[in-house]
Design a protein around this ligand. Structure first.
Ligand code: GAR
Length: 195
């Protein structure tokens, strides 16, 4: 059974979908949910499901990314994860941190990568007049949002879409995509999931 740690920064809806899926014949189980924000709503949600949680406030480490990551590593290493899932984790990780978990850290990003790495993905898709938007799950490498793609889900962009309506449509698909990718990945299958 693979051990999965999930890093979040906010509500953690993707984290909850991953956790919900990790039962029965699933090849993995959640061992830790950690956040850079002690107020992240997802922490309470994970704790209420009986999952160990940890919070390391990045604001306690101003201009000290290495110090923040060293503090985050303590609960993370103690949990002995085989796989780390970034699920709405909004801190950029250093190459050192990424390297430590090379080949076993996943991220979900709300665009059809390689389009729109970084922030404001939905606004950029709407401004570009794109007919489709979506989400991507990829392996994390030290280049932002650009590791090998493990799955993508597409949605139409409607002419009257706002950032909010498009984000909501994409999020529904994120909730299908990430569990499907993690299931395959934990079983050793790297075939991309295409929804
Ligand atoms: C999701 O839409 C995820 O794709 C995005 O943040 C949201 C988190 O929602 N991630 C990024 O933008 C990463 N750069 P959640 O906390 O409800 O899962």
């Amino acid at each position: 059974m693979k051990r999965v740690a999930i890093l979040i920064s906010g509500g953690g809806s993707n984290m909850l979908r991953l956790v919900e899926d990790m039962t029965g014949d699933h090849p993995a189980r959640p061992v830790l949910v950690a956040s850079n924000d002690p107020q992240a709503a997802g922490l309470g949600r994970a704790a209420s499901l009986g999952i160990a949680t940890a919070a390391v406030d990045h604001r306690d480490f101003p201009r000290d990314r290495a110090g923040f990551e060293a503090a985050l590593l303590q609960p993370l290493l103690a949990a002995r994860p085989d796989i780390i899932c970034l699920a709405g984790f909004m801190r950029i990780l250093t190459p050192d941190f990424v390297q430590r978990f090379a080949g076993r850290m996943l991220n979900i990003h709300p665009s059809l990568l390689p389009k729109y790495p970084g922030l404001n993905t939905h606004a950029r898709a709407i401004a570009a007049g794109d007919a489709q938007a979506g989400a991507t799950v990829h392996q994390v490498t030290s280049d932002l949002d650009s590791g090998p793609i493990l799955g993508q889900a597409r949605v139409p962009v409607h002419p009257d879409d706002t950032v909010q309506t498009l984000a909501a449509r994409v999020l529904v698909q994120e909730h299908r995509l990430y569990p499907a990718v993690l299931r395959r990945f934990a079983a050793g299958d790297r075939t991309p999931v295409l929804l």
